[in-house]
Ligand binder design. Structure first.
Ligand SMILES: [Zn+2]
Length: 634
């Protein structure tokens, strides 16, 4: 080889090295590399789906609402998730005799001679006559028309909504037009349109479809009651929870869309009416009427610095918020790099102020929902997602977005665990529940309340399908700051919505980008001042942990002479659990003795539960028995 060739080779090597250095270190480089930071080191492996087993829910006392499951191959998981969100204790059985030992029985997903033997149908017919409350879903046959008070049925896929009869006692809590009419299907969605069963010849139904047939029949028989629903409520609940509403929702965000909540409140009301000892769990901690979570998306160059202005305000009024941080270390079509050395200072300040830090992905891709899942090996700094334009992101994967952002935030916030995630533009891939679970997240805020048809949080399912529950919970967005008119002018409207949700303990999740302060920060001030006296405020993590623990609590009531014994099984410790007791009862003792509580009206708030607990309830006005130990709070 000649000298000239050696020189040429050396020059090429030098150029290559220089390019590599420039690429990673230069201020003009598209990628910001923190020296020596590499990770995560472990591989992410998606768990296989673990299909729900109805038998796991076959436990508890007769005070619970019994679900008589007539077909396990149905959307019963939606019913379980929904009733749990609403705080109604339930038990599932396939044994009609077991079911009929309860005072309130919901037969799901259908009643007919095909799914129930003749003796079961006969027993169901006698049940309301003897004082029970029977709720049938899709009563297709079985000789039960007279029990439910109709003469014939008319199945169809052409119905879209049902309307409650305002004069009906059970409908009186619903005084908003958006509550009175409940959408459940969009016939324009073709094969996705839901079927329904209209009941013909029903006297004074609780709700009717557009074509005049009854959607919910209601009949009193002696001291008992019978209700027949013509909509598959488990399927309807999953339609919302799985973000597959296909145009059923009447708005996208910032408005009231209580379709599922009306159904759940109705079921809770029917349960409380039929079970005089019913105790239900309130959705809001500390006995408050509304749960408010202020969340901020930090996804723009100036947003990190502005975030501190929001945090200063929040600190000044003693509330904590959740900050979803985009770990943006790649310059692209969207923006400059801002997750770099300079970005760490405002981030650490947020954390030092006690704010929750969540992930808002790496790339903030508009096509996040279409990205490939990825290998689970994605690592910083080799993982370099590049947003080319509004439509296209290259080299990005769903697992990369989740695991690399979480790794970086945890790396720079030692001893801190990232639990919450929100995707850019609320893009929601079908694999998100299991991808979140596999990458260590517990709480998702990835959809709007309106598109979920509910203002309550809910448990997600694997692939947003019907079979397997996910460990992750969803906390949908109520109010955001991107729709017109500007957020600052929408305070009165937002407060009216908050007032609606406070009637049943809804979640008020506020999303404010910290790209500017100005009218957005003013909106937050106004909101906090107005809601502070009655609402509970906390981060998504705070509320998520409460919700996770509440979701696993078992509630059972055992009558004991004139008293009721309330048994709470508490697998996960929870603070501020709030329960609604049977009307006219008050708690007089608690065990273990360290359990302290307060009661106002029918609402009981337990300060701290670390283990199973038992409370004794007596009728108001009656004195506790003499053997009740001292030391318990009235
Ligand atoms: Zn964003």
């Amino acid at each position: 080889m000649t000298l000239r060739r050696y020189l040429l080779l050396a020059l090429l090597i030098a150029l290559g090295l220089g390019w590599w250095l420039w690429q990673d270190r230069s201020p003009l480089s598209p990628v910001y590399v923190f020296n020596g930071v590499v990770g995560p080191s472990h591989k992410t492996v998606l768990p296989p789906p673990a299909p729900a087993i109805w038998k796991d829910h076959d436990q508890g006392s007769q005070s619970r609402l019994a679900i008589l499951l007539t077909d396990p191959d149905s959307a019963w998981l939606g019913l379980v998730h929904g009733l749990r969100s609403m705080g109604v204790p339930l038990r599932i059985t396939r044994d009609y005799k077991e079911a009929l030992r309860h005072r309130v029985v919901l037969v799901y997903p259908t009643i007919s001679g095909r799914v129930l033997p003749a003796e079961a149908l006969q027993a169901l017919i006698r049940f309301p006559e003897k004082g029970g409350t029977l709720i049938g879903v899709n009563v297709e046959g079985g000789g039960m028309a007279a029990t439910f008070g109709f003469t014939d049925i008319a199945p169809a896929r052409t119905r879209q909504a049902f309307t409650l009869d305002a004069s009906h006692l059970r409908a009186q809590q619903f005084d908003d037009a958006l509550e009175r009419t409940v959408p459940f299907s969009n016939t324009a969605s073709g094969a996705d349109a839901a079927g329904s069963l209209g009941y013909l010849g029903a006297q004074a139904p609780l709700a009717s479809f557009e074509d005049g047939s009854a959607a919910i029949t209601a009949r009193s028989l002696g001291s008992g009651h019978a209700y027949a629903f013509g909509v598959d409520i488990g399927f309807m609940l999953l339609t919302g929870y799985n973000n597959r509403e296909q145009g059923v929702a009447r708005s996208y965000v910032n408005r009231y869309e209580p379709a599922l909540d009306v159904v759940l409140r109705l079921l809770q009301d029917i349960y409380r009416q039929g079970e005089p000892h019913a105790v239900t769990l309130n959705p809001v901690p500390q006995g408050k009427s509304l749960a408010v979570v202020i969340s901020h998306d930090v996804d723009y160059t100036t947003s990190l610095a502005n975030a501190n202005a929001y945090a200063d305000y929040e600190t000044s009024v003693g509330i904590k918020a959740t900050y979803f941080i985009q770990t943006k270390y790649v310059r692209d079509w969207n923006d400059q790099v801002f997750f770099n050395e300079q970005g760490l200072e405002p981030l650490r300040k947020l954390r030092a102020a006690g704010m929750e830090i969540g992930s808002h992905s790496v790339a903030h891709a508009m096509d996040f929902h279409r990205l490939p899942l990825g290998s689970g090996d994605e690592q910083y700094p080799a993982y370099r997602p590049l947003v080319r334009d509004k439509e296209k992101t290259e080299e990005a994967t769903i697992l990369g977005e989740l695991r690399v952002s979480r790794f970086l935030l945890e790396h720079f916030l030692p001893d801190y665990q990232i639990n919450s995630f929100r995707p850019g533009h609320l893009r929601n891939p079908y694999v998100l529940p299991q991808a979140l679970q596999a990458t260590g997240y517990q709480f998702s805020s990835s959809v709007t309340a309106n598109n979920s048809l509910t203002h309550l949080p809910f448990r997600l399912t694997y692939s947003r399908e019907t079979a397997a529950p996910s460990a992750v919970y969803e906390f949908p967005v109520t109010i955001e700051d991107e729709s017109a008119p500007p957020l600052g002018s929408r305070l009165p409207e937002a407060l009216r919505l908050a007032e609606r949700l406070a009637r049943y303990g809804g979640l008020f999740m506020v999303l404010i980008h910290t790209d500017i302060t100005g009218h957005k920060l003013e909106f937050e001030r106004g909101l906090v001042e107005a809601l502070r006296p009655t609402a509970w405020f906390g981060t998504l993590g705070d509320y998520g942990r409460f919700w996770q623990a509440r979701d696993r609590i078992g509630v059972d009531i055992l009558p004991n002479g004139q008293q009721l014994v309330l048994q709470l099984s508490v697998p996960v410790p929870v603070d501020g659990l709030s329960l609604d007791l049977p009307m006219g009862y008050r708690a007089v003792t608690a065990s273990p003795s360290g359990v302290s509580y307060t009661q106002q009206g029918a609402r009981l708030v337990i300060d701290k539960l670390t283990d199973d607990a038992t409370l004794t309830l007596v009728r108001d006005g009656s004195r506790p028995y003499a053997n009740v130990p001292f030391g318990s709070r009235p």
